[in-house]
Design a protein around this ligand. Structure first.
Ligand SMILES: Nc1ncnc2c1ncn2[C@@H]1O[C@H](COP(=O)(O)OP(=O)(O)OP(=O)(O)O)[C@@H](O)[C@H]1O
Ligand SMILES: [Mg+2]
Length: 319
């Protein structure tokens, strides 16, 4: 799809009116569909914008940076859809003027019903249905690793966790199409060189944490997305956060059957319950610490230093 000029102008008005501290108070009403670590996804309540989801990325300092990102994003989008064969939603991008002259990147996508987003589907599924869901997600995700193995010039990463997939018809998990939503982190390497400037991820971090995050964290987190085993651990470990710990043993069994049988050629090591549990505990700890730090940082920047804080933080995240 392509945004019309009316839609583009409305979105620009929305951005201009947006107060990142109080998105609900905007003069153009909007509803938050999802929070990321660095982005926020909105539904905007204007007739011309209905039916679309708007993912807002406030990371960029200037136009050169955003143009770089746009190019890397476009190539990632092409790789996922054209080369790898993932199903992506109808979409477009827009670059808008934010407060203080900073450009803001928006990804505009067809808006899907909340009940069709993977984590909601998981929440509503009887336990017996969970193995089929896990198998379907891994079957889609494997396209990426098939591509990575077919050639060695370009290596592509995805974040295969359950909230990144749309299950078109949740009553037919076995055979309904799956769509991959979360394309805003365009990680891929050409001849071993990461194309995305991963320092961008550190932008939203409090400045007093940047050095330690860079040291301990960025490489490890980035590598996670290139590794099918770790993607699967992440997928299943997130079931704790989605309040489906009951289904984890079945999910692990489904993943291990998948890796042993239909994906045996990819030689992915099986998952263990211990690994999944430990991964979750570590991940939850890191992110809850990180969020507390960001709230302190926001307080310092907005109250004490009277500066602008461009990110939108959720009040409380269930872990
Ligand atoms: N097109 C869409 N239609 C409906 N809901 C959406 C759409 N895109 C995103 N969402 C909702 O917002 C959530 C977050 O979106 P997404 O996965 O793209 O970003 P994220 O994981 O929050 O961000 P990040 O990549 O920065 O970590 C989704 O899990 C989904 O619930
Ligand atoms: Mg996501």
């Amino acid at each position: 799809m392509a945004l019309s000029s009316t839609q583009f102008q409305l979105l620009q008005e929305f951005e201009r009116a947006l107060d990142p501290q109080h998105p609900e108070r905007s003069t153009i009403p909007a509803r938050i569909l999802g929070y990321g670590e660095i982005s926020t996804v909105f539904a905007i309540d204007a007739a011309e914008l209905r039916g679309w989801a708007f993912k807002r990325l406030p990371l960029f300092h200037d136009h050169a940076e955003i143009e770089n990102y746009r190019a890397v994003f476009a190539e990632y989008d092409r790789l996922l859809e054209q080369e790898i064969g993932l199903r992506l939603p109808p979409r477009d991008v827009a670059i808008l003027d934010g407060a203080r002259g900073r450009p803001i990147f928006y990804i505009v996508q067809q808006q899907f019903p909340a009940e069709s987003i993977g984590n909601r589907v998981l929440g509503a599924l009887p336990r017996a249905g969970v193995p089929a869901l896990v198998t379907r997600v891994l079957r889609e995700a494997r396209r990426v690793w098939d591509f990575n193995r077919r050639q060695n010039r370009v290596q592509v990463a995805i974040d295969g966790q359950i909230s990144n997939w749309v299950i078109e018809d949740p009553s037919r998990v076995e055979d309904t199409p799956l769509t991959y939503l979360d394309i805003s982190t365009p990680l891929f390497r050409v001849n071993g060189v990461e194309q995305l400037d991963t320092e961008l991820f550190l932008r939203s971090a409090p400045s007093f944490l940047v050095w330690i995050l860079r040291l301990l964290f960025v490489k490890d987190v980035v590598n996670r997305y290139y590794d099918f085993h770790r993607n699967a651990v992440d997928l299943v470990a997130n079931f704790y956060k989605e309040q489906r710990a009951d289904a984890i043993p079945d999910a692990i069994r489904a993943a291990n059957d998948f890796f042993a049988d239909e994906a045996a050629d990819l030689s992915v090591a099986p998952l263990t319950e211990k690994e999944v549990r430990e991964y979750y505990q570590e991940d939850a700890l890191i992110w809850s610490l990180y969020f507390s730090m960001r709230k302190i940082d926001r307080f310092l920047r907005t109250r004490l230093l009277r500066g602008e804080y461009p990110y939108i933080l959720p009040e409380k995240i269930e872990r």
